[in-house]
Design a protein around this ligand. Structure first.
Ligand code: CP
Ligand code: NVA
Length: 320
């Protein structure tokens, strides 16, 4: 009977609005979410206090459960602050502390949580846990990172680029590093938002399937092994940790990625005015030189703040 509940809800026209991945939504919807994020950020500019509710809080009385199967700083805190600003509340749940850790199914957990809360944000060790949660929940499910993707992060990243450089359409973004979860969401975003994405990855770590998907969908997405070629003339250079939470071959990855560090010399070949982004946590001296992440072109702290604003708009789209 897998998915029967969801199928029934769809028939009734009451299927929840999940935010699972950027490739699952159309460009107009994603654009509307980001425009709303910017408007809400502007509307708060004069307010004192980061947890002061918005003037007309959109989610008063609503509760978001945040289920973490992996550690987090930004995702956890930014969703919590986002819900407070929207007038709602959060519940923090750790996978190993739930009956999930003793074998209760994701499907049953989804059914039960749906009776208690208005939405569930999941940071999953395995993407299948997220999709199973969405399949069986009757409330919206939001992807707070899986081993496959990190869509909330890249929504915040695009918000940051647009604040600094104007419309993302037609811009050039260079990714240096592994073809990991964050890279996948960048690929999805390039297609949906219409920008050029150049991925510089070692061949062994290239996201070949996602690049093929992007090409089939008319995206301007190219993979190369040459970081210098990717960064030249780019508007944004971005990277991520060489070893993700789901990787268990750290030493191998560090060797493969040694030539992909974002250095000041590499960033100097990008467009004048180009910005540097990193989803964080960062490892200075590995994927990025300290002079870059702590330098004048770095927008990483705005990027981290923008998780709050982007996620408020995502929550509002799912729930309001
Ligand atoms: N960028 C990001 O998602 O950070 P956390 O792992 O701290 O949530
Ligand atoms: N690729 C990283 C992102 C952390 C926010 C990881 O999955 O660990």
């Amino acid at each position: 009977m897998k998915g029967a509940a969801t199928a029934r809800l769809r028939e009734q026209g009451t299927a929840p609005r999940h935010f699972l991945d950027i490739d699952q939504l159309d460009g107009a919807t994603l654009r509307a979410i980001l425009d709303h994020a910017r408007a809400m950020k502007r509307a708060r500019a004069a307010l004192a206090g980061r947890i002061t509710p918005d003037p007309s809080p959109l989610l008063a009385g609503r509760v978001l459960a945040m289920l973490f199967e992996r550690p987090s700083t930004r995702t956890r805190v930014s969703f919590q602050i986002a819900m407070r600003q929207l007038g709602g509340d959060t519940l923090l749940l750790r996978g190993e502390e739930l009956q999930l850790g003793r074998g209760e199914t994701v499907a049953d957990t989804a059914r039960v949580l749906s009776r208690y809360v208005d939405a569930v944000m999941v940071r999953a060790s395995n993407h299948a846990h997220l999709t199973e949660m969405a399949e069986h929940a009757s409330v919206p499910v939001i992807n707070g990172l899986t081993d496959r993707s990190h869509p909330c992060q890249v929504m915040a990243d695009i918000l940051t680029i647009e604040e600094r450089l104007g419309s993302i359409r037609g811009k050039v973004v260079a990714w240096c590093g592994a073809g990991n979860n964050v890279a996948h969401s960048w690929i999805h975003a390039a297609v949906r938002f219409g920008f050029e994405l150049r991925l510089a990855c070692p061949a062994e770590l290239a996201p070949a399937q996602a690049v093929a998907w992007a090409r089939e969908h008319g995206g301007k997405v190219a993979a190369t092994t040459d970081a210098a070629a990717a960064a030249r003339g780019a508007d944004c250079v971005t990277t991520d940790t060489w070893v993700s939470m789901s990787d268990n071959d750290g030493e191998r990855r560090k060797k493969l990625l040694a030539g992909y560090q974002v250095t000041a010399a590499l960033l100097a070949t990008a467009n004048p005015g180009a910005i540097f982004l990193h989803c964080l946590p960062a490892h200075r001296g590995e994927e990025v030189e300290a002079a870059v992440i702590d330098g004048p072109q770095s927008a990483v702290w705005d990027e981290a703040e923008n998780r709050v604003h982007a996620q408020k708009a995502i929550l509002a789209w799912c729930l309001a």
